[in-house]
Design a protein around this ligand. Structure first.
Ligand code: SF4
Ligand code: FES
Length: 610
């Protein structure tokens, strides 16, 4: 984008800013060109100089600026020397403000401007700002959670002096508990005020403030008002240093061991874009992934910490089947054969069977499982599972996003629309969960899929299916396990790939992050395995590699010891193959938004060989 162009023409703006990942392209009006550090760059309507630099990849150091917040221009590290054409002097290029340094984050880009952050004066300012910020900063990088993704650390290499001239005592400040999920280590704070502005401008709760004056200033909450709003933990991501820390992630991993895989909110119907960060088969944290059309830069705490059930002690670990009235652990083959027999016996007695497909499943899995079970029992009725709701949608102001708001969704399932669409496409859709509850007393057998992040087995569900034989495909232990004739452990969102359709009808793909845990399988793989056995085949004829499947050959991707895990399977489940077989839905998947590549979490600090 650093070249001349047609003024007024519309171009794609990859929405790159602080924290941006270029996932969504938006159209902006092209206004003209400016020169930044010798590179001629197009600029768009309403862009500041720093926006242009961030978008085209020219580095200008920045702390207080964030594209999603107001612009106080207070850290002063982005200052540059700027010249602009003077219309009162025949458009001759003249230094702005008499040659004083100006903040690029708050100065509008204008035609013909020439900007430099590499002049002697600009570099002297960068060194002065870094020295000032580091005067009272503790030397605790080796034990700081932010090390490896800290802009103070990175900039001290690139813009700092390399040594300290400060010989006095550093001011020591306390560590404080700010709220449910956030600690502050005050003496690491550089007072950029991103966190204060966020709490005032987005959730609008304004719990945070600066307390004290001069070198005694520190971020704190107002008395009796803990930082506990639904978006609170976004301040952790906004903090450019290791001052605001995630209680849940603290001291669990060094960030350079983490690998990040693009994901979609697996907890609510928002479709929020996330990074799933993991190492050695274990998820450690979620971070927001910028998508200006959906979640902009933020996610709710509900989504951020919604992954904990992936590694719950309550995970169902192995298939089980009822033998002489007792539930016993089983091989996959015997459990699946018993599931097939349960459906066939119900049909033989003249009673109907039903499949309930959870809105936690991917669209492809819903289709694959339905197709497989219809081959086992051609008369099986198929229903959408319960869609949890919690009150009403909550809209928060989000002034810098195109929609002007950030919405927390009341619907607590990621894919009710996609699953319903897949069931309709399969030709077997019999209705929603209320329709299932009405039909339940007449059913002979029920295949029930769950995969909810917490215990979802209500008395109402248990009572409704108490007379039917139950094949349970679920993730967590519940009272339904005690009622089931066959229990099949299913994989969570992190252990599979596929697509979710959000509340606005946007279909988005996500990748598998970690190998399947214990002996669980994705519902899609369970469908393939059922088909194999129903057709008289054997699971053991296939290479026993599913459980140990290497998702990606990057370091940190495979669970320790997983090489020894091997589960017999039918044809390997592949969402792309299912999509290709979904005939009437091919147009629906035509607009599938493909996520960016997985990546390593890494700072851009240059590694020095010692
Ligand atoms: S705690 Fe972090 S985000 Fe808040 S003012 Fe300090 S450095 Fe900035
Ligand atoms: S980023 Fe411009 S003054 Fe802070």
């Amino acid at each position: 984008m650093c070249r001349g162009g047609d003024r007024g023409a519309k171009v794609a703006d990859p929405a790159v800013g602080a924290g941006g990942d270029g996932f969504v392209a938006r159209e902006r009006v092209r206004m003209g060109t400016i020169t930044i550090n010798g590179q001629v760059c197009e600029f768009m309507a309403g862009e500041k100089i720093l926006d242009v630099a961030n978008r085209v990849g020219i580095e200008i150091p920045q702390y207080c600026y964030h594209k999603g917040l107001s612009v106080p221009a207070q850290c002063r590290i982005c200052l540059a020397q700027i010249s602009a054409p003077n219309p009162r002097n025949d458009n001759a290029l003249e230094p702005m403000m008499g040659g004083k340094l100006l903040p690029t984050c708050s100065t509008d880009a204008a035609e013909g401007m020439v900007v430099t952050t590499e002049s002697e004066k600009a570099v002297a300012n960068q060194k002065a700002v870094m020295e000032f910020l580091l005067i009272n900063h503790p030397m605790d990088c080796p034990i700081c959670d932010q090390a490896g993704e800290c802009t103070l650390q990175d900039y001290s290499y690139r813009y700092g002096r390399g040594h300290s001239r400060f010989t006095d005592q550093k001011v020591k400040q306390p560590k404080k508990d700010l709220g449910k999920n956030v600690f502050i280590y005050s003496d690491r704070c550089i007072l950029c005020t991103r966190c204060v502005r966020f709490s005032q401008e987005v959730p609008g709760t304004g719990e945070l403030m600066i307390d004290g004056r001069g070198n005694q200033s520190q971020i704190d909450v107002f008395p009796g008002e803990p930082l506990d709003n639904p978006l609170a933990s976004n301040v952790i991501d906004l903090c450019p240093v290791g001052a605001l820390l995630d209680k849940d992630f603290l001291f669990t991993q060094r960030v350079w061991f983490l690998k990040k895989t693009p994901g979609i909110d697996p907890i609510t119907a928002s479709g929020d874009n996330i990074w799933i960060e993991h190492n050695k088969g274990k998820v450690y944290r979620f971070k927001p992934r910028t998508n200006m059309d959906i979640n902009s830069w933020w996610i709710t705490d509900e989504v951020r910490y919604g992954w904990k059930f992936v590694h719950s002690e309550d995970r169902l670990r192995a298939p089980q089947r009822r033998e002489h009235g007792v539930l016993v652990e089983s091989s996959w083959t015997r459990a699946l054969n018993q599931a097939i027999k349960t459906l066939k016996d119900s049909s033989a007695t003249g009673k109907s069977s039903a499949l309930v497909v959870s809105p936690m499943l991917t669209t492809e899995e819903a289709f694959a499982l339905t197709t497989a079970l219809r081959e086992v029992d051609g008369s099986i009725r198929v229903y959408l599972g319960p869609v949890p709701m919690d009150g009403e949608d909550r809209a928060f102001p989000n002034p810098s996003a195109p929609s002007g708001k950030f919405v927390m969704r009341a619907e607590k399932a990621p894919n009710a629309r996609g699953v319903k669409r897949a069931l309709e496409a399969s030709g077997a859709y019999s209705g929603d969960f209320d329709a299932f509850m009405s039909a339940a007393p007449q059913l002979g057998a029920v295949v029930l899929t769950g995969n909810y992040p917490s215990d979802w087995a209500s008395d109402r569900i248990a009572q409704a299916i108490s007379d039917a034989d139950l094949v349970l495909i679920d993730t967590l232990n519940s009272r339904l396990v005690e009622m089931a004739d066959v229990v099949l452990p299913s994989a969570t969102f992190a252990e599979k790939s596929g697509s979710f359709e959000n509340v606005d009808g946007v279909v988005q793909h996500f990748d598998q992050s970690i190998p399947t845990q214990f002996m669980s399988k994705s519902e899609g793989q369970i469908g393939n395995d059922l088909l194999e056995l129903a057709r008289g085949g054997s699971l053991d004829e296939h290479p026993p590699a599913f459980g140990a499947m290497i998702v990606d050959d990057q370091p940190g991707q495979v669970a320790e010891g997983s090489d020894s895990v091997s589960l017999p399977r039918g044809e390997l489940y592949d969402p792309a193959v299912v999509r290709a077989s979904m005939g009437s839905l091919s147009e629906y998947f035509g607009g599938l938004k493909v996520a960016p590549e997985s990546a390593k979490v890494e700072s851009d600090m240059v590694m020095v060989e010692l």
